[in-house]
Design a protein around this ligand. Structure first.
Ligand code: TRP
Length: 453
């Protein structure tokens, strides 16, 4: 499955050993590595997202979806929706149906804490999820897969990933999540009770044959890795977190809670997990609807297309801990440029914003559509120079990262503890669920009363 690449996550793929070395290769996207297609000379192409959507049979987020989103929610679609960074989905329209009818659903997303600090690429799905939470007014469960990272990376101990997870959680909180609606948990600390029961039940439904292809496992894969997908999957079942719905202790997993739909924002590399989930969610004792998914592209590495920002390659990424100076140096030194070789040529021929990493970063973080358009046109015409374009990107990124760092300072251990405390969440959706639970209970009591001795 996965080919090895210097720009991608360092997790060794068990199947990689079977690969023929360095011939042409198709693009390869899986939960542990992302590589563009390669030609004979080893040149890596940009990731072809349309091709991926087609191959995996996902639906594209088109104008129609965006229009409906705006009509139903009354919110202008986020710039990452307008600009196609979140580009694909499964059943997102069904979530809009639910929202339109005023019925409850919840959000689930996660992060594998493979290092102590986030880079800009990690923050994209996270900021987007926060925005969705605000728009929909729904609870969010946030899974830190510390267990996954220790299982998949030989050099990491369970203690280390647990620590990374706590640091990452503080970063996540600094992105502005609402504590009343958000439960963040570490797998290593939280998983037990109904969630673990769900995971075992799910694992019973899935054979090794079914996962070996999807995840590139083989007979030498450690058995933790083989079980782990169950856990990442069942995190999309409301019954895995009885506490977030009600203060009443739940003896058994509730059918009603299992039936609450879930929406999962994610990088498209996580899709293989959730295909497995969608294939099996209705087979649980308490069936759940197929979770809806919304997929993002990856934040382009500084080096340009064909890779994504990666923690294992510091020069490929802007870190949320970078100083203004580091950001400036990285952009000026490493950001792949679509400009011409010389000033004269640039003035004459114009630059290519479509492959220019500084421009691409502007598309992620510049809110103003018109301003962006004028930058695009002026770079293309040769009026705006590479140095000037880079300066615009540097300033915007410096601002974004500095704001983040300010907020990060406010995230104390107490704040973290509150986000990670299993507790009832407050939102329109949880109020509705509470009411449904009470009604169901009242009905059950009524049904019991007429029974004669
Ligand atoms: N496996 C993901 C990672 O390595 C973390 C994760 C868990 C996740 N559950 C998720 C990501 C749901 C997106 C959506 O980063």
């Amino acid at each position: 499955m996965a080919t090895d690449s210097t720009t991608t996550a360092p997790i060794p793929d068990p199947a990689a050993a079977d690969q023929v070395e360095n011939s042409t290769a198709e693009q390869d996207i899986n939960p542990w590595s992302v590589t563009g297609a390669q030609d004979e000379s080893g040149e890596v192409a940009a990731i072809d997202y349309l091709n991926l959507a087609k191959k995996w049979n996902t639906s594209l987020i088109d104008e129609k979806v965006l229009e409906r989103f705006e009509r139903v929610t009354g919110h202008k679609p986020h710039r990452w929706l307008r600009r196609g960074l979140f580009f694909s989905h499964r059943d997102f329209d069904k979530i809009l149906d639910k929202y339109e009818k005023g019925e409850p659903f919840f959000l689930y997303t996660g992060r594998g804490p493979s290092s102590g600090s986030l880079h800009l690429g990690h923050t994209i799905p996270l900021q987007f999820t926060r925005w969705l939470q605000e728009v929909f007014d729904v609870p969010l469960v946030f899974m830190l897969t510390d267990d996954e990272k220790a299982l998949f990376k030989d050099s990491l101990t369970f203690e280390e990933v647990l620590h990374f997870g706590m640091e990452n959680a503080k970063d996540i909180i600094a992105l502005g999540y609402d504590v009343k609606k958000t439960f963040i948990y570490s797998d290593l600390k939280y998983v037990g009770g109904h969630m673990l029961m769900n995971a075992w039940e799910f694992s019973k439904l899935v054979t090794f044959n079914q996962v070996r292809g999807a995840f590139g496992f083989n007979e030498s894969t450690n058995i933790g890795k083989i079980f782990f997908p169950s856990l990442q999957c069942v995190a999309a079942f409301g019954t895995s977190y009885p506490e977030i719905w009600t203060d009443e202790p739940m003896q058994e997993r509730s059918k009603l809670i299992a039936s609450i739909p879930c929406l999962i924002p994610m990088g498209i590399d996580q899709d293989p997990y959730f295909r497995l989930l969608r294939d099996n969610s209705s087979r649980m004792k308490n069936p759940s609807p197929k979770p809806a998914l919304i997929h993002s592209k990856f934040l382009t590495a500084l080096q340009g297309p064909g890779g994504k920002m990666s923690s294992s390659n510091p020069n490929s990424a802007i870190f949320m801990t970078d100083t203004p100076k580091q950001i400036k140096t990285k952009i000026n030194k490493y950001a792949f440029s679509g400009g011409q070789e010389t000033l004269e040529q640039h003035r004459e021929l114009g630059g290519n914003p479509d492959v220019d990493v500084a421009y691409i970063y502007l598309t992620y973080f510049e809110e103003d559509d018109e301003k962006l358009k004028s930058i695009y046109d002026s770079y293309k015409s040769g009026e705006l120079l590479t140095g000037e374009l880079k300066k615009l990107a540097v300033e915007l990124l410096q601002k974004n990262v500095a704001e983040f760092q300010e907020k990060r300072k406010e995230v104390t251990d107490e704040v973290l503890a509150e986000f990670m405390r299993p507790r009832k969440l407050e939102s329109r959706a949880t109020t509705q669920v509470q009411k449904l639970l009470e009604e169901a209970e009242a009905k059950a009591k009524l049904a019991v009363r007429p029974k004669k001795k």
